[in-house]
Write a protein that binds this ligand. Structure first.
Ligand code: NAD
Length: 484
């Protein structure tokens, strides 16, 4: 069976424990490869290699670093089909989605930060006749990156590309549930000529490898994407050590639909914002609020369209809904569907596990599910489910929907549908989320700040925010004796 390896000090090696974790193909419900069960000792080796590599990598001219990162981008592009198939097998998402979204975005992440670093400028502050201040921005040193399973290579590269571009050495840990494309990336990094120790990828469990990254004294900053509880665990170890932290956490995003929206476009986008990647995207709009006058029309057309979504083998070109990432996660989602019914919700469509035929007969599939009749404060409407489950609720006034939309501990993203420009601006300014999409969803400009408020995280990633996070600013104040 295919054994994934750690990438430490430029080499692909086995974990020191020499033990492995089963890696499942969700669509088939069976083990198809093995993941290193690494621990603190492997992290120590990786950090040692990174510390050794840092003095050279941090002073390698930005243009040289950029060239290597662009080479990695072009190798990901060259291997797009292979990586997309690997991502689909590992995660359960349709191959078509991995080909059109996940892997192209991994290419863009490297391209974006490889070119951004060449144009990255630091500030100067002039005190007229007294002094000139300028800001030096040096790489931090060795930094950690911990990523989740839902958009594996997409989010992994979103973290490591800016860290490397800024001149840091990186210890990265992909999710143990979807490690394959990070492993394939390590092969491409070797091919691209990335110097040994600059990037180290250590596989394994969060409570071993992730925890060792959080606790290692030589890792000076951590970028993490994943669940809110895990973010709090990491912060409890790293914050007292005064590590820089960027935490991108869970969400429970509202999708607010006013009656004056462009209906057809809204409906098609709402299908995507509800069920893309089986609803396993932190930005999916899982609470749909519809203005009362549009409610019945929306409900009929939406449910009709959801029932037609093609659930099937992620390998097949026509499949729109693939498998849920793990058995455990499938059971969690099904338990929330049960809870919704206990809370008085009515299932309008879906609600069940799907039993497939053929090679997917033991796979983990759930019907896309739409629920109505719940209060906005119930657990189903305030806790993150992270699957193909949405609720629909009606509202009368703008004030009412803003209050209901803001009624969770989360604050990641929101979606707003209206043709009234003044209202769009007014509501956008009052929704407590780090990202507001008006008449669109997942339209991403990589220069914009990305991240959430409250329990959805701390800090922003993307564009200059990421390069600022991965550098240490130092102000130099030079007194001017005779003025400028
Ligand atoms: P998770 O928190 O279980 O795991 C994320 C990563 O953290 C994995 O690599 C895991 O091994 C590691 N980890 C687990 N325990 C750890 C510990 N104690 N110390 C250090 N590392 C540890 O999350 P998940 O289930 O992989 O991903 C789903 C979650 O991610 C959802 O809540 C989703 O909303 C969130 N998410 C957020 C964003 C965002 O941008 N805000 C994007 C994608 C996913």
């Amino acid at each position: 069976m295919n054994k994934i390896k750690n990438y430490i000090n430029g080499e692909l090696i086995s974990p020191l424990s020499d033990s492995y974790i089963d890696n499942y193909e969700p669509a088939a419900g069976k083990v198809y490869s093995l993941i290193p069960d690494s621990d603190e000792r492997d992290i120590n080796c990786a950090v040692e290699a990174a510390v050794k590599a840092f003095p050279v990598w941090s002073v390698t001219p930005a243009e040289e670093r950029s060239k290597i990162l662009l080479k990695i981008a072009s190798l990901i592009q060259k291997n797009l089909d292979k990586l997309a198939i690997a991502e689909s097998i590992d995660n359960g998402k349709p191959v078509s989605l991995a080909k059109s979204v996940d892997i192209p975005r991994a290419v863009k992440n490297f391209e974006f930060f490889a070119t951004a670093i060449i144009h990255f400028a630091s500030e100067a502050h002039i005190m007229e006749d007294k002094a000139i201040n300028y800001t030096l921005r040096n790489p931090i040193g060795v930094v950690g990156a911990i990523s989740p399973w839902n958009l594996p290579l997409y989010l992994f590269t979103w973290k490591i590309a800016p860290a490397l571009a800024a001149g840091n050495c990186v210890i990265a840990k992909p999710s143990e549930i979807t490690p394959m494309t990070a492993y394939l990336l390590s092969e491409l990094c070797i091919e691209a000529g990335l110097p040994a120790g600059v990037l180290n990828i250590v596989h394994g469990y969060g409570h071993k490898v992730g925890k060792a990254i959080s606790a290692h004294p030589d890792i000076k900053a951590i970028t993490f994407t994943g669940g809110t509880k895990t973010g709090a665990d990491i912060a409890s170890i790293a914050a007292p050590m005064f590590k820089k932290l960027s935490l991108e956490l869970g969400g429970k995003n509202p999708n607010i639909i006013f009656a004056d929206c462009r209906f057809d476009e809204m409906l098609e986008t709402t299908i995507r914002s509800s069920f893309s990647n089986q609803g396993e995207i932190c930005l999916c709009g899982s609470r749909i609020f519809i203005e009362k006058t549009l409610y019945d029309r929306f409900k009929n057309d939406f449910v009709d369209r959801v029932k037609k979504l093609e659930i099937g083998d992620p390998n097949k070109p026509g499949t729109e809904q693939g498998a849920i990432v793990s058995k455990q996660h499938m059971e969690k989602i099904l338990s929330y569907i049960e809870l919704a019914q206990e809370e008085g919700g009515k299932i309008l469509c879906g609600g069940n596990r799907v039993n497939m035929d053929g090679r997917c007969k033991n796979g983990w599939f759930i019907e896309p599910t739409v629920i109505e009749g719940l209060t906005h404060t119930c657990r189903t409407n305030t806790e993150e489910i992270f699957g193909p489950v949405v609720t629909i609720q009606s509202f009368d006034t703008e004030e009412e929907v803003i209050e209901k939309a803001n009624c969770t501990e989360y604050g990641l993203a929101s979606i707003l549908w209206t043709e009234n420009l003044t209202r769009a601006h007014r509501v956008s300014a009052q929704i407590k989320t780090g990202i507001v999409w008006v008449n669109c969803w997942m339209l991403r400009d990589l220069r914009t700040p990305f991240g959430g408020m409250n329990s959805s995280g701390v800090g922003r990633e993307g564009g200059l925010e990421a390069l600022r996070f991965f550098t240490e600013p130092r102000n130099v104040c030079v007194k001017i004796e005779d003025g400028l």
